[in-house]
Design a protein around this ligand. Structure first.
Ligand SMILES: [Mg+2]
Length: 366
């Protein structure tokens, strides 16, 4: 039996897991309900990824799901090749080092499925293996794709009408005045009580980010996510020292080593924690602890894909002591055809499901 704070690395989980009898990996392509959804780095009418199921001799199935992250260099084709090589080895030998040869979302996929399997086999929710429960639900944000200020404001109002309390505004610096108009229109449409953050996905220079921040700070923006290029540590540090809006690293915080560097350089106010880019729930948990210890804001970033992915990240979000809400765990709402059910958002909050493992169900016919 694995207990809270035990080793949740692939090696630790494999040691605690029942004997594995097989696996199934399927490509999962979830169409976006708005096919024109785009941000500064990409526009894709669907969200592509994988769903992995691990079968064990006790009859329990552990599941995981991740999407590709093209802008960080993780493409489905490469991931498939790596996973098809490693998974038969993992099943036949329960060899953790085989999983450790994977990186980013591929490693995350296998670690997730193992965590789900071990939790279900022990009749506990996954969060019980991750730490003490701090909350039963998490406030969630919805992301506004790049469109005209009027269109973005209209969508913002409809999301607030659905009960969301927080929104994230995508910016792209094609025209800083247009970005200003986007934020101004959204704030004026939703009123003063909705939390707003912005994300430029690396599209500004440090000077440009400072300039637009000085213009939009009047709209009570809580976080400016990844304003400059992910490798521009100097630019982030420049902003960390003088920007009126706190700076958060997302693409820049794409590994444990990079987060260590950002902390050492005092380059940001916070980090967007995402299970796939960091390579697993164990790594994401470690990064949350590193950020807490360094006094950085700990936020859960966007997990775009199946409900299974958000459910897995939610299990971590509910045990992080100083989590800064909202978490970006509601994007499954804009995808169609998800074979996974069991997550409920109510009043702008994602509720922790009951049940073992990640607490969600993969449909039989999948
Ligand atoms: Mg981001």
């Amino acid at each position: 039996m694995l207990h809270k704070n035990d080793d949740i690395s692939p090696t630790g989980l494999l040691a605690a897991a029942p004997r594995l009898t097989g696996f199934r990996i399927e490509r999962l392509e979830l169409p976006k309900s708005d096919p024109t959804w785009r941000f500064a780095l990409a526009a894709n009418p669907a969200s592509p990824g994988f769903l992995l199921q691990l079968f064990a001799e006790n009859g329990v199935v552990g599941s995981g799901s991740v999407g590709e992250i093209q802008h960080l260099g993780y493409r489905l084709g490469d991931m498939k090749g790596d996973l098809e090589k490693v998974l038969p080895q993992v099943v036949s030998t329960k060899d953790g080092s085989a999983v450790e040869s994977l990186v980013g979302p591929s490693r995350a996929l296998v670690q997730m499925a193992l965590l789900d399997l071990v939790a279900r086999s022990n009749h506990v929710a996954a969060h019980q293996l991750l730490g003490d429960l701090k909350r039963e639900s998490v406030k969630v944000t919805r992301i506004l794709a790049l469109k005209s200020p009027e269109e973005m404001a209209k969508i913002a109002v409809s999301l607030v009408d659905e009960g969301y309390l927080n929104l994230k505004v995508k910016l792209d610096n094609q025209d800083a005045d247009l970005d200003f108009e986007r934020v101004a229109a959204i704030r004026s449409s939703v009123g003063p009580n909705v939390g707003l953050t912005v994300d430029a996905n690396q599209s500004y220079s440090a000077e440009g980010a400072l300039s637009i921040s000085n213009r939009i700070a009047q709209f009570q923006i809580e976080v400016f996510e990844q304003p400059v290029h992910k490798d521009d540590i100097v630019g982030m540090k420049f902003l960390r020292e003088r920007n009126p809006i706190p700076i958060e690293a997302d693409e820049a915080a794409n590994s444990v080593a990079r987060v260590e560097e950002l902390i050492r350089e005092k380059a940001v106010h916070g980090v967007s924690i995402k299970v796939p880019k960091l390579g697993g729930i164990d790594k994401a948990s470690l990064v949350a602890k590193m950020c807490s210890d360094a006094g950085l804001q700990v936020r859960i970033g966007a997990h775009v894909g199946s409900r299974l992915l958000s459910a897995a990240a939610l299990q971590l979000a509910v045990v992080i002591a100083d989590l800064v809400e909202p978490a970006e765990l509601a994007e499954f709402e804009r995808l169609e055809g998800d074979p996974v059910t069991g997550l409920v958002i109510e009043g702008g909050r994602l509720r922790l499901p009951g049940g073992y493992g990640f607490g969600v169900s993969v449909s039989e016919g999948f």
